[in-house]
Write a protein that binds this ligand. Structure first.
Ligand code: NCD
Length: 337
C-alpha cells in the first residue's frame, strides 16, 4: 500500500508486505528511540493527539514517538473539556482539528467512530482504539514483539502456538492481533475465555479459513499447555453495562509463577497489552513473574514507540529522510533499553 497521506484505521488494510515494511522502518527507528541519535525530520509538524477514552501508554507513546521525530504534540484528553460535550459532531471536530494538525491520533469509545472522523479529516488519522473494535498500532507492536521474542529462539510467527486469555469478546487488541495472524501460516491458536466472553464468531471463522488450528475453551489450565506464547488480557470493565456484571468474570483467569511452572512450557513468552488489573480481585498477571526473562510486557511497551514512529514516518512520507538531520544526543543517557 501507499503509506503517505493514508489513514490507519484497521489492520485489515494491510497485506503481509505492508506489515513487513512497517517493521523494517520500526527497526531503523531504534537509534532515535533509544536516545543515541536525534532527528528533526518532523520539525514544525503538529500531532493532534485526541483521546476520548482513558489511556496512558498509547497516548504517551504516540506523543513520544512524534517528539522523537522532532514534531510537536497537542493533546485533547477529555470529552468534558472538549466541544464534543456541547454536542459538536465528529465531522465538525475533524474538520477543525485537521486544520490545526499534520496528523491526528484518535481514541474513542464508539466502534467505527475513528473511521467516521477520518472521513471528514484533511490529514491522516491513526486509530488509537475505537471501542471494542480495533487497535491497529497495538496489534502491530504485539506482532513485532512476538517476532523478536520468537526470532531470538530461532522460531517464526508461521507455525507458532499462541493462547489468548481473558475477555476476548470486548478486547480490541486481540481482535486486531487475530486479523494480523491471518496473514501468517499454520498457527495453533487456543482461545481461553468464559463462554459469554468468547472471541467474536466471525473472527474465529476467519482464523480457521486462514488455515489456522483454532481451539476454544473456558478451561485455562488445559489451554495453557503446549504454547510458545500466552497473550493475557484484562476484563474490559468499561464495555459492560454494570461493574457487577464485570465482577462475575474478574479474577477467573490468573497467571502467576506457580501456575506458569505447573502448566506452561518452559520459556513460554508472556504478553499483555497492559494495563494489567493488579487489584487482588483481578490480578490476571501476578507481580511474582515480574523478573521472569520470558515476561515481554515491558518490551512490548518499548517496542510500541518504534512502531508508532514508523507509522508517523510512513504516513507523513519522511522515513527515507531521517538520517539527513541526525545528530548525536548530547545529554546523559543511561543504558535503559
Ligand atoms: C488496551 C486498550 O486500550 O485496548 N490498552 C492499551 O492500549 N495498551 C488494553 C486494555 O485496556 O485492556
Amino acid at each position: 500500500m501507499d503509506f503517505p497521506g493514508t489513514h490507519i484505521l484497521s489492520v485489515k488494510q494491510f497485506e503481509l508486505e505492508d506489515v513487513e515494511k512497517i517493521f523494517k522502518v520500526a527497526d531503523s527507528m531504534e537509534p532515535y528511540a533509544h536516545r543515541r541519535l536525534i532527528t528533526k525530520v518532523l520539525e514544525g509538524a503538529i500531532l493532534g493527539n485526541m483521546f476520548f477514552e482513558p489511556s496512558t501508554r498509547t497516548r504517551v507513546s504516540f506523543g513520544c514517538a512524534f517528539n522523537l521525530l522532532g514534531g510537536h504534540v497537542r493533546e485533547t484528553t477529555d470529552v468534558k473539556t472538549s466541544a464534543i460535550s456541547k454536542g459538536e459532531s465528529l465531522y465538525d471536530t475533524a474538520r477543525v482539528i485537521s486544520g490545526y494538525s499534520d496528523v491526528i491520533v484518535m481514541r474513542h469509545p464508539k466502534p467505527g467512530s475513528v473511521e467516521e472522523f477520518a472521513r471528514a479529516s484533511r490529514v491522516p488519522v491513526l486509530n488509537g482504539g475505537d471501542g471494542a473494535n480495533e487497535h491497529p498500532s497495538q496489534a502491530l507492536l504485539d506482532l513485532y514483539t512476538l517476532k523478536k521474542e520468537l526470532g531470538s529462539r530461532g522460531q517464526d510467527i508461521d507455525g507458532m502456538k499462541i493462547a489468548m486469555v481473558g475477555d476476548l469478546k470486548h478486547g480490541r487488541t486481540v481482535h486486531s492481533l487475530s486479523q494480523l495472524l491471518m496473514l501468517h501460516k499454520n498457527i495453533k491458536i487456543t482461545l481461553i475465555a468464559p463462554t459469554e466472553l468468547r472471541m467474536p464468531e466471525d473472527i474465529v471463522n476467519d482464523l480457521r479459513k486462514s488455515g489456522h488450528d483454532v481451539t476454544e475453551t473456558d478451561d485455562m489450565e488445559a489451554g495453557l499447555v503446549d504454547n510458545d506464547t500466552l497473550y493475557l488480557t484484562r476484563i474490559q470493565e468499561e464495555r459492560f453495562t454494570t461493574k457487577i456484571e464485570a465482577d462475575i468474570y474478574r479474577g477467573r483467569y490468573r497467571l502467576n509463577q506457580a501456575i506458569y511452572t505447573r502448566y506452561c512450557q518452559p520459556n513460554t513468552v508472556i504478553m499483555h497489552p497492559l494495563p494489567r488489573d493488579s487489584r487482588a480481585e483481578a490480578n490476571e498477571l501476578d507481580n511474582d513473574l515480574n523478573l521472569h526473562p520470558s515476561l515481554a510486557i515491558f518490551r512490548q511497551t518499548d517496542n510500541g514507540v518504534l512502531i508508532r514512529m514508523a507509522l508517523f514516518a510512513l504516513t507523513l512520507g519522511v522515513y527515507e529522510n531521517i538520517e539527513e538531520t541526525a545528530t548525536e544526543v548530547p545529554w546523559y543517557t543511561e543504558r535503559r533499553f
